[in-house]
Design a protein around this ligand. Structure first.
Ligand SMILES: NC(=O)c1ccc[n+]([C@@H]2O[C@H](COP(=O)([O-])OP(=O)(O)OC[C@H]3O[C@@H](n4cnc5c(N)ncnc54)[C@H](O)[C@@H]3O)[C@@H](O)[C@H]2O)c1
Length: 453
């Protein structure tokens, strides 16, 4: 039998298994991205085997429990009972599956260089169990060329050839935790394979569980698509953050300006200022691109500038707090400052890169007595930049009254902002959460209400 005939047999065997849902699907890394994907694929009828190094996560899934807010425990329980979802810390399962989606972290090193160590170790694990006919898809956000230059050589050390003996693709994850409208199923998915067969198989895998799958011509294009999306957000947030600082100086409300501009039905898309970037994507991903293009002698100026503007926002929040306390003849040193909301965005529990932690660390350095309340984050371990384990305090009227200043960093929808304003001596609002203005409210990017003398 010729090599081409063997390859086409492998393609048609996997295509058939994907079409009739008899394929066993593997997911490596069951975090914010991997667990929702595993659940969606199991709901589509595949038998899904999740693999993660974290024993507590695996134990939770085995018990039928979810630890990701967007994934209901009832769904995990139901899929466990129906024998569609399995989870293990034993990598041997990777040999049994027909497809593997890799959803491990891609952080930055302290130097802002990409840290591909999680991807490399996950791919090495996959390589140990690789067999002919498998489809491997990388989902972790990364720079263009990773699938081709990093993942493929590790897998090919086995002697199997990508595109011939096994299939390789990249498909960026676009999940937006906490988004009530768009989820894994109804967010279109981009796929780019190493060869047309790789793309075809990856498309077949996703089409079973995702409403719209878009093919692109290569793994590099698919990698770059994700970096464009997140760089677009980082740059536009940088622009509007700078506009907030301009409005502050000019005595205008940036919130009113953006909302009025957003009435233009074409050519404008609103972005809102805030206390700084957070999460595992926007503060990190653009630097994967700027690092990569430095290799070809290119300086990614927009990315660097947006990084500087966005990175300075926690300092501007501290300036606002200083102004607010100053209006009561107080200094930051010795003031009791309550941070309201520490997750990096509304209605989620994710603390990664949260600007609240930077604001809190700066306030602590200046001698403030800092506490926090967050209904999604009961406890801060010592690992945040302030290095102090802390528990969330209850948001009672008494706690508000006792604080010299309440600082709204994360605008969770459960908060009663009128009550916060009514019971606080001072409120600094970094999210435009407070709609009814009063003399004790200081907003980022907006003038305060002047009291008559
Ligand atoms: N969180 C988001 O909103 C989001 C959105 C789009 C894309 N992404 C990207 O998706 C990727 C994953 O992000 P996440 O938020 O799901 O991360 P996460 O930290 O929530 O989950 C990653 C999981 O991978 C596991 N893991 C690490 N190394 C492993 C290994 N060698 N083998 C098996 N499991 C391993 C960890 O234990 C963890 O459970 C990143 O590249 C991220 O940039 C994230």
């Amino acid at each position: 039998m010729t090599t081409i005939a063997v390859q086409s047999d492998l393609v048609s065997a996997l295509s058939q298994k994907l079409a009739n849902r008899t394929a066993k699907v593997g997911v490596v890394g069951l975090g914010y991205v991997g667990l929702p994907l595993a659940v969606e694929m199991a709901k589509a009828g595949f038998t899904v085997h999740g693999f993660d190094l974290s024993a507590p996560k695996i134990d939770a899934i085995v018990r039928g429990e979810s630890y990701i807010p967007d994934v209901p425990t009832a769904e995990v329980g139901e899929l466990r009972r129906s024998g569609k979802l399995f989870a293990t810390t034993d990598p041997a399962v990777l040999r049994e599956v027909d497809t593997v989606n890799i959803c491990v972290p891609t952080p930055l090193r302290k130097t802002k260089d990409p840290d591909l160590s999680y991807v490399v170790s996950a791919v090495e694990m996959v390589a140990k169990h690789l067999r002919a006919g498998q489809l491997i898809v990388l989902e972790s956000t990364t720079y263009p060329g990773t699938t081709d230059e990093v993942v493929k050589p590790i897998l090919e050390k086995t002697g199997l050839v990508a595109g011939r003996d096994f299939f390789l693709a990249f498909s960026p994850e676009r999940v937006d935790p906490g988004n009530a409208k768009f989820n894994t199923r109804n967010t279109p998915k981009v796929v780019g394979g190493l060869t047309p067969d790789c793309t075809k198989l990856a498309k077949a895998l996703y089409s079973a569980s995702i409403e719209c799958v878009i093919e692109v011509s290569s793994t590099r294009v698919a990698e770059m698509v994700k970096l464009l999306e997140n760089t677009f957000r980082a740059v536009n947030i940088g622009l509007v953050n700078e506009l907030a600082l301009m409005c502050d100086r000019l005595g205008l409300s940036v919130w009113e300006v953006v909302d009025a501009a957003a009435t233009k039905p074409f050519g404008f898309m609103p972005f809102y200022p805030g206390p700084g970037l957070g999460g595992h994507c926007i503060p990190i991903d653009p630097f994967y691109l700027s690092w990569k293009v430095r290799e070809v002698g290119f300086e990614a100026r927009f990315i660097e500038l947006a990084g500087q503007v966005n990175g300075a926002m926690p300092h501007h929040v501290v300036d606002k707090i200083t102004d607010a306390l100053n209006s009561h003849s107080k200094s930051i040193r010795g003031s009791r400052i309550l941070i309201v909301g520490v997750a990096y965005k509304r209605d989620i529990d994710d603390l990664r890169e949260s600007p609240a932690l930077d604001v809190m660390a700066l306030l602590k350095q200046k001698g403030a007595d800092v506490s926090f309340h967050d209904p999604f984050v009961p406890h801060l371990s010592e690992e945040w930049p302030g290095h102090q384990a802390m528990d969330s305090v209850p948001l009672t009227d008494a706690v508000l009254e006792r604080s010299d200043c309440a600082v709204i960093i994360t605008d969770h929808s459960a908060f009663d902002y009128d009550r916060i304003v009514a019971n606080s001596k001072l409120v600094v609002d970094t999210r435009n959460a407070v709609k009814r203005l009063s003399a004790n409210v200081f907003k980022l990017g907006a003038p305060g209400v002047r009291t008559r003398t």
